[in-house]
Design a protein around this ligand. Structure first.
Ligand code: NAP
Length: 280
């Protein structure tokens, strides 16, 4: 019975706790319908205490893999039979692939989605040799900094409310990553090529981003990871200063592409209608 299920229907999903805010089911359902794939993408809430048993049950049921979200992105690595280089460097995974023989591969596509999203908006962006300023030092920040270093950014400077967290992040990533105080003089923005808000400031229900970005130069790109609302205070301020801006929804879409392709065998196209659907 399980064998038949495996052969007929491709199954994937997202695991987290809680899950009600996840937009991934909308995104994958849209692509499954668009490409007429006989498959399902199912949200499954698993708390930490039943996470391991839950994942192993999905492997047995013939799932092709799952996305992993809060709070499981770090400890999921303990379950993996193999870990991609980028997930190992980031120290967290957001995508699992299950092989036919039941082996689990853990990958992290957040940094990939972040970089791809910037190029979608600005194909001529040149990260090599530039300086990036990152507000925030949480899980998303780490994935982004790793991908920026790989893209050739010369220097990354982190500002985080809790400085010690930024310091431990910087120490693990090498000399190109430095830390300054959260309330440092914003003159440090003057020669930045990229500024990124990876904090939850500006998200609905959270405080507003309140640093003044004025000294920044007009050739800089400003990226916000927050996508609810789509135009955050950070992005409004950057637009007023004449900067090019990138919102967070494209990263969300781009990070989902490798998983969908791996599970369902089709690389989905990123179109404006999917953006509109997720913004509803
Ligand atoms: P996280 O690990 O919980 O980190 C949260 C970050 O926000 C920390 O740096 C934290 O600073 C900072 N922060 C929270 N409240 C703050 C405040 N009042 N003042 C100053 N700093 C504050 O979360 P995450 O997973 O990195 O996610 C961060 C944001 O990125 C969320 O809004 C999330 O929705 C978004 N995100 C978007 C995408 C996408 O695809 N677009 C992907 C991942 C994440 P402390 O260290 O001082 O607490």
């Amino acid at each position: 019975m399980i064998k038949e299920l495996k052969e007929q229907i491709s199954l994937a999903g997202v695991i987290g706790y809680p899950l009600k805010h996840s937009k991934s089911p909308i995104l994958h359902k849209y692509w499954l319908e668009k490409y007429q794939i006989n498959g399902y993408y199912i949200p499954i809430e698993l708390s930490t205490s039943n996470f391991k048993d839950g994942i192993l049950a999905l492997v047995k049921l013939g799932f092709r893999g799952v996305n992993i979200t809060i709070p499981h992105k770090v400890h999921v690595l303990e379950l993996a039979d193999s870990i991609t280089d980028r997930a190992a460097i980031i120290g967290a995974a957001n995508t699992l692939y299950f092989s036919a023989s039941g082996k689990i591969t853990a990958d992290n596509t957040d940094g990939f989605g972040f970089i791809k999203n910037i190029y979608d908006w600005y194909p001529y962006w040149k990260p090599k040799g530039s300086k990036a300023i990152i507000f925030g030092a949480g899980g998303a920040s780490r994935a982004i900094i790793v991908s920026l270093l790989e893209s050739g950014v010369d220097r990354v400077i982190i500002l985080n409310r809790t400085r010690v967290k930024a310091q431990s992040l910087a120490e693990s990533l090498g000399a190109r990553v430095q830390v300054v105080d959260w309330n440092v003089d914003m003159e440090i923005l003057r020669d930045a090529g990229l500024i990124v808000n990876t904090t939850s400031l500006g998200m609905i229900g959270q405080s507003e981003f309140s640093h003044q970005l004025d000294p920044v130069n007009k050739s800089c790109i400003a990226v916000d990871l927050v996508y609810n609302p789509i135009e955050t205070g950070f992005l409004k301020q950057a637009k007023k200063l004449g900067l090019r801006t990138v919102d967070g929804i494209g990263m969300l879409i781009n990070q989902a592409v490798p998983g969908f392709e791996g599970w369902f065998g089709k690389k989905p196209a990123i179109t404006t209608d999917i953006r509109q659907l997720l913004l509803k």
